[in-house]
Design a protein around this ligand. Sequence first.
Ligand SMILES: Cc1cc2nc3c(=O)[nH]c(=O)nc-3n(C[C@H](O)[C@H](O)[C@H](O)COP(=O)(O)O)c2cc1C
Length: 526
Amino acid sequence: MSRNRDTGPAWSYHDSTKLSYIDLTSKPPLYKPSEGRPLVALPRGLPPPEMPAIQAAALPGGGSGGRVDVAAVAQLLHYSSGLVRKAVVPSVGEVHYRAAASAGALYPIEAYVVCGDVDGLPMGVYRFSPPEAGLYQVREGDFRRCLSLAEGDGDGPAWDAAVVLTAVFWRSAWKYRARSYRYCFWDAGTVLANLLATATALGLPGRVSAGFVDEEVDRLLGLEGGREAALCVVPLGDGTGSRRAPDCRLPTDARKAPAARGETVYPEMRELHRESCLGSVAEVQDWKGVLEPRPAEAAERSHPLEPAGPDLPSTDGLGRVIEDRGSTRRFAREPISVAQLDGALRASTGRLTADFLGPGADSLLDVYVIVNAVEGLEPGAYHLTPGGQELELLRRGAFRSEAGHLCFEQALGADAAAVVFLMADLQRVLGRLGNRGYRAAQLEAGVVGGRLYLATHALGLGATGITFYDDEVTEFFSPHARGKSAMFVVPLGRKAAENRVRPFRSAIGVKLDALARGAYPAGSNP
Ligand SMILES: Cc1cc2nc3c(=O)[nH]c(=O)nc-3n(C[C@H](O)[C@H](O)[C@H](O)COP(=O)(O)O)c2cc1C
């Protein structure tokens, strides 16, 4: 047969280059099934954490010593991953809103608890179920030592319980395709921001561990096959809330989840996940060991915020702020005060206790800001000096249209009072931390984004995570940002009375449309 008659290549090209939106009929479920596991109820009706949210956000996991009990577990899970609201949206149906923002409200992040016998909760491995506000028991027994070893701590756990965040990749990939690997880390970051702020409000110490033996942690949670995988571990409490953890054997009964209907595997994602795995305890310890100490001046960044001044009403308690938080759908084109911008930036960029930052290393991120309307600051492009908490002006100008364009042609960027761009020098990050550093940088960006949500809402403002044009963000902030990559973007400002998405086309978008119209025959749809 002539090659021309084998029509496989024509079909495969046509199918792989289709422009289509999402297939609503194959939307993955938002929750995992019970898998026949027993459900342990968590206490309800607990008083919401009252520490001012802005203070809790500024000191993630900053409790000085405290033990975990079942009430703390319930609070930590509710205020990070809980179901807080339901709404019926025309053409979509019932939408479930959770404590932390999630791209497309797809919620790919699952939360597991690994604990010793803590007051009110028997030792075990559990998976949190948001609709039931309870825990499915995955394993019985104290497996903290297994987890602690997998995260490179040979001395055994000095903590009571750890929350492990995983991603069910297809839940996000269904809409965001290969790019969803980034979204999973951003979503894990917003959950983490809430989790660590809640820990602070409850007086519990907590830290983020992004380096661990992937296969062992996944196996401990009963996961196999790569459809769902652990992204980070958060040990909590000072270890006095439970007996010393005994030695334990890593279980061997992990289950391969069946493919969901319509599930597509994106090889770029699979490959990056595989190539960023750490294969042994020695590799984990080595990974954690390569981090450089914090430069002396960065110590300044960890100081607690000053108590709220009269123009900075920031006493709203964390619990209420999280319950009331929602992504802003429309910003009023009104200015915010410089104290509000300063408060939001300081609360969100203060030091995070995370293994990828080492005992004293600085953030992996560079913070850039487009100021559209901030009283006391000239409109323009700014850079936040590392450690110094000073905004240096890079370029004066009214950049609303550019901000809307950079935010993927969304009015939210143009209307916001300021847009925060979290960037990373990937050459530097990957040079130090390898592929695993990519995960860490995306995760840290999500955490800062989540803290921005908390801080702005505490200040009576609004924020939203937003998608963006990668290289154009770099170009906009260059030459200062040359070589850096955009990780995550968050517009913030005053909420408009009518909180509905506004259609938008930036001047650049209109120019591109005109160009496209000229380049294509009339009536065609490029
Ligand atoms: C990583 C991330 C990206 C997002 N991107 C956008 C976006 O591009 N446009 C938008 O309008 N909202 C965006 N959002 C907001 C989500 O749509 C919102 O969090 C979700 O619908 C849940 O609603 P809630 O935040 O009000 O609870 C994003 C949120 C996150 C965490």
